[in-house]
Each structure stands twice: as structure tokens, then as C-alpha cells.
Design a protein around this ligand. Structure first.
Ligand SMILES: [Zn+2]
Length: 568
């Protein structure tokens, strides 16, 4: 093949040594040259095809380092329960009714509601779901995918009633009348696994079709590679089949978790990088804490200082979506360290050290889900203790989310060589709720600028379906701190557009241990490319999400091209 010279209006290489170019030469699926049009033409020779891309800006294909691909494909046809703020319970239940019609038997699953955005300010109750679907088990997952609600049939299918104790690391929410249907963390994940496995018995072919369709959706958004942040064993077979049958349109790194619950570790698989090239094993996922019930700690002084002594109120507000967590979370515990602790911390130190060591023995890179500052501390301590071992593995250790950070933590993340896998679009999704929560000022939420100035390597991700996967919308949120209400949350924590784009390219490639293969436009790397309708570095960040993905290439092959917009 004679190769091709791509001639856009500009090239952003994401390679800091050589950040702009005029042309990219592609040969045999690889980047053969990057530079001026003349240089690239000389390298590729006269026989190369010239591809004029007038007005377009060429970048490395986007990489979403934490994206729940197998689950998204699994629930792809279900109505989305992400509703705008101020929506009613009735509107939510209408969607549930639609979800029940989507499949004619077995469990009904749907995801996305946020209690804090519903007018009622709470999740639905089991009997409310029964009012639209009583004859089959229903599991509704909250947007965080860490908690949800079962209807009566769902509770029955799980064998849960008022006499059932809470599982370790989980909660069956109760009131005077018994179970409300709401389930959190391990209780949610056990129900999630049960409902999924029972549907999977007959849904394998359907999953493959949705897997293909989801991949094509991502290509249309310029996303060429993701880390699937929770892959239970049943999806290993499906991913292998998708790879064999050529039905996986993008590269998916599988991050193993256990069969019975997504928050339980699976550290006997591996090594990282093994498996079919289109879906290799990624890092093992270890959950340090909950989501709405993330593990936070702070001094009493910090709390009292922030809200004039209203301790209960202050402590309650510290969770991911503010006070709603508190009303359902136990009161803060006073630790032996004299600090106040809220939320759920899943790992004891010794067990965590063992898990990290055992993962390293299997050649597994480590990714620790840690939202709260206490969980981040626990993850960092384990990473620091196993640093020598971890440094021999492909891919640096990762912390997923790192949402609430205390002073000194960004520096500690940087010093330990850990990558922070952030979700900039959370600023849009939950910035309004965090803004009104009386968070102690010692904790900074979604502190992208703190991470950047401490020198932390940052990878970009959506956590889809928790948040939307549009990279340009996330870059806008990172650079403007614009929230869903239109307010601006903590503008001092904004980062520049270029840095945000680097997170979704070079940073995510590092987070998946494939930086020598992709993430920047350099000779020798895979020609995974995206062409945007304009130059994001010369676009007002407030309008950056209006740029369009015009084309996407995988290994030099054009795999997506936008339909021309009809002339008016
Ligand atoms: Zn996730």
C-alpha cells in the first residue's frame, strides 16, 4: 500500500515536544511521519494518496480510560433514567414502565436516576415501582451505579426481607415498615449481578449486537479505545467471542472484577496486556470506598469552622451528592485518630496489601476506585508499600475518581507515580449539588487544578453510563467548570483545554499502559485519529462542545465519517 498524506488545517499531536504540525503520513496502519506538508510528502513518496481535510483539526483518537462498556452494551436498549433536575417521580416511573416493555420476561433493569434531582428528593420506593411493574423483579440503578431500588418481586427474588441483616460493605435501607427497596453498595451489587446473570443466559447474542452498536457510537464521538472499568468473568467469554467474530469496533481493555459483585476484586486473572489485541486484560479493579457513601475523614475543627458548629449538617453534606447521603448514612464515627469518618471504606490495610501483592504477582496493573479522601489515603498507602513490585508492571498504578482531596494528597499521588483517572463531566452532573453541600473547606472536590499543579499525570474518562461520554462536553466542563444549572463551580479548579485534551489522549494511553502504541501522533504509533470540525485551542471553551467529530480512523482506516449537514 502506498500510504496516505493527511492534510488538515492543523494537527495537534499531543506530543509536548512538537505540539503542532501540518500533515500526518500514514502507512500500513501506522503513523509514518508528522510535520510540514513538504516533509511528510517527501517521507511518504509521490505515490501516496493526498487526503485534503480542509478546515479540520487532526488529533490522536480519544481514549476513555474508565467506561463501563460491557454493562452499557448490556443495558443499551433500556430507557435512560437520567432526568433533568426538578423532574417528578411520576416521570421516572413512566420510564420504568417503558423499560418493562423492552423485554418480555425476566428482570427489568434501568439506570440513571438521581434522588437529589427528583422533586421528591428521594429514590422511588419498592411499592411505587410495583405500581408500574409488579409481576416481575425490577432493579433500578442510581446514576452512580453504586446504589439502587428493588421492587417487591426483586426483594423476593433476592430472598430479602426485614429480618435480613445488611451484607458486609452494603446496606438494605429500612424504615418503620421494613425494607424500602433501596439497596446500597454490596447489597446493590449482589442484586445487580443476580439480575444480570439471569438475563445473560438468553441475552448473549443480543449483547454482541449491542456491543457492536455501542462501539460504533463511540467511534462517531472520536473514541477509539476504552478501559472497561468492571468486567465480571461472564463477559470475558463474550469479549473473546466478540474479538473472534470481529464484532468489537474499538479496543476495550477489560478491568477484571469478581462474578458475584462488581466491587469484589478478581486478581487471579492477567497479566495486564494479555489476550486478544482488540480486548486485552487491563488493570485489576479494587474498590476502596462507596460512591454516595464514599469514605471521607476530616477534623472536627474543619467541620465546625465551615458551618458554625452544625456538625450533623456539615458532615452529612460531604458525600458525592451532598446531604442526601447523610440522611441515609449513619452519623459520623469518631475514630481513634480523633478524626470524624463518614461513608464506607471497604478494605482493611493488611488485606489490601495482600491483594495488591497478589495482583502484582499475576502481572496485573492496579486501579483503585477511591472517591473520598480517606479512601485515597488508603489506596496510596498500599501503592507506596508495593511500589517496587508495581513499577515492574506495564502501566502505572491508577486511582479512579479521586473526587474529594485534602491538602497534600495531589502531591502524594504525583510522588507515588500514580495516575489519577478523572471524570471532568462530573462537574456538570453534580457540581451544583456539591456547591451547596457544606463540605469542610479542607476538602477540594473535583480539584483538577490542584492535581495539575502538583504534577499528577491525569487520564480522562466518562465512567459511562454514570456520566455522558462526549469528550468535548467533558473538556468544556474541565475548562469552564460550568454545571447543569449554568452556574460555575470552583473556577479556580479549571484546567486549560489543551491539558484536558491531553488527559483524553496521552494521559489515558498511559493509564492503560499503551503509551508506546498510541495517545500522541508520533511516527511508529498506531494511526488512530480523529478529525474535529475546528481547532479546539482556538475555540471559546464555552462553545467547544459545538465542535463536531468529522472523521475517525482506526489503524489508518477511515471508520467514521459525519454526514454533511444539509444546507439551509
Ligand atoms: Zn466506574
Amino acid at each position: 500500500m502506498p500510504g496516505a498524506v493527511l492534510l488538515p488545517s492543523t494537527v495537534l499531536t499531543m506530543d509536548p515536544r512538537n505540539s503542532r504540525a501540518e500533515a500526518v503520513g500514514v502507512l500500513d496502519g501506522r503513523i509514518a511521519a508528522v510535520g510540514s506538508a513538504a516533509e511528510v510528502t517527501t517521507t511518504l513518496g509521490e505515490g501516496a494518496e493526498r487526503v485534503e481535510l480542509d478546515g479540520l483539526c487532526l488529533l490522536p483518537g480519544f481514549i476513555d480510560a474508565h467506561h463501563h462498556y460491557c454493562l452499557a452494551a448490556f443495558d443499551r436498549r433500556m430507557p435512560d433514567l437520567h432526568l433533568p433536575p426538578g423532574s417528578s417521580m411520576e416521570a421516572l416511573l413512566t420510564r420504568v414502565e417503558q423499560a418493562a416493555r423492552e423485554r418480555d420476561s425476566g428482570w427489568v433493569r434501568a439506570q440513571g436516576y438521581d434522588p437529589a434531582k427528583l422533586r421528591e428528593g428521594r429514590p422511588p420506593r419498592a411499592e411505587e415501582i410495583d405500581s408500574v411493574c409488579a409481576d416481575r423483579p425490577v432493579l433500578l440503578a442510581a446514576f452512580s451505579f453504586h446504589e439502587g431500588v428493588l421492587n417487591a418481586r426483586g426483594l423476593e427474588a433476592m430472598g430479602w426481607d426485614a429480618s435480613t441483616p445488611d451484607p458486609r460493605n452494603g446496606a438494605l435501607v429500612r424504615d418503620r415498615r421494613g425494607l424500602t427497596g433501596e439497596v446500597a453498595e454490596q447489597a446493590f451489587y449482589v442484586a445487580e449481578a443476580r439480575s444480570r446473570e439471569s438475563l445473560l443466559e438468553t441475552a448473549a447474542d443480543a449483547w454482541l449486537a449491542e456491543c457492536e452498536a455501542h462501539g460504533r457510537d463511540l467511534l462517531a464521538h472520536g473514541i477509539v479505545r476504552v478501559g472497561d472499568a468492571a468486567v465480571p468473568p461472564s463477559f470475558d467469554d463474550l469479549y473473546d467471542r466478540a474479538a473472534r467474530e470481529g464484532r468489537l469496533p474499538i479496543t476495550v481493555h477489560r478491568m477484571p472484577v469478581s462474578a458475584g459483585s462488581l466491587i469484589e476484586a478478581r486478581i487471579e486473572s492477567g497479566p495486564t496486556g494479555d489476550g486478544p489485541p482488540v480486548t486485552p486484560t487491563g488493570p485489576a479493579k479494587l474498590f476502596m470506598d462507596g460512591s454516595e457513601r464514599c469514605a471521607l475523614c476530616f477534623s472536627i475543627r474543619a467541620v465546625v469552622g465551615s458551618v458554625g458548629g452544625q456538625l450533623r449538617k456539615a458532615v452529612g453534606g460531604a458525600g458525592l451528592a451532598a446531604l442526601r447521603a447523610a440522611t441515609r448514612s449513619p452519623t459520623p464515627r469518631r475514630g481513634r485518630d480523633g478524626l470524624l469518618h463518614v461513608g464506607m471504606l471497604f478494605w482493611e490495610e493488611d488485606a489490601l496489601d495482600q491483594a495488591v501483592a497478589s495482583g502484582a504477582q499475576h502481572g496485573l496493573q492496579i486501579a483503585c476506585h477511591a472517591i473520598g479522601n480517606e479512601a485515597v489515603s488508603r489506596a496510596l498507602a498500599a501503592i507506596e508499600r508495593s511500589r517496587a513490585r508495581l513499577s515492574e508492571l506495564p502501566g502505572a498504578p491508577r486511582i479512579e475518581h479521586a473526587i474529594f482531596l485534602e491538602r497534600g494528597q495531589p502531591r502524594r499521588i504525583a510522588d507515588s507515580g500514580t495516575i489519577a483517572v478523572i471524570q471532568p463531566h462530573f462537574v456538570y452532573d453534580v457540581g451544583d449539588q456539591i456547591a451547596i453541600s457544606p463540605l469542610p473547606p479542607s476538602l477540594h472536590a473535583l480539584a483538577f487544578a490542584d492535581l495539575a499543579s502538583a504534577g499528577v499525570e491525569v487520564a480522562g474518562s466518562s465512567d459511562y453510563p454514570v456520566s455522558g461520554y462526549d469528550v468535548l462536553a467533558a473538556v468544556k466542563a474541565a475548562a469552564t467548570r460550568r454545571t447543569q444549572s449554568g452556574d460555575v463551580y470552583r473556577p479556580d479548579q479549571a484546567i486549560e483545554v489543551e491539558r484536558a485534551l491531553r488527559a483524553y489522549t496521552a494521559g489515558s494511553a498511559r493509564a492503560l499502559g499503551v503509551e508506546s502504541e498510541t495517545g500522541t501522533l508520533e511516527p511508529g504509533k498506531r494511526a488512530d485519529l480523529v478529525a474535529l470540525s475546528g481547532d479546539p485551542l482556538f475555540t471559546d471553551p464555552e462553545h467547544i462542545d459545538e465542535l463536531r467529530v468529522d472523521r475517525t480512523w482506526l489503524a489508518g482506516e477511515l471508520v467514521y465519517r459525519a454526514q454533511p449537514t444539509p444546507a439551509r
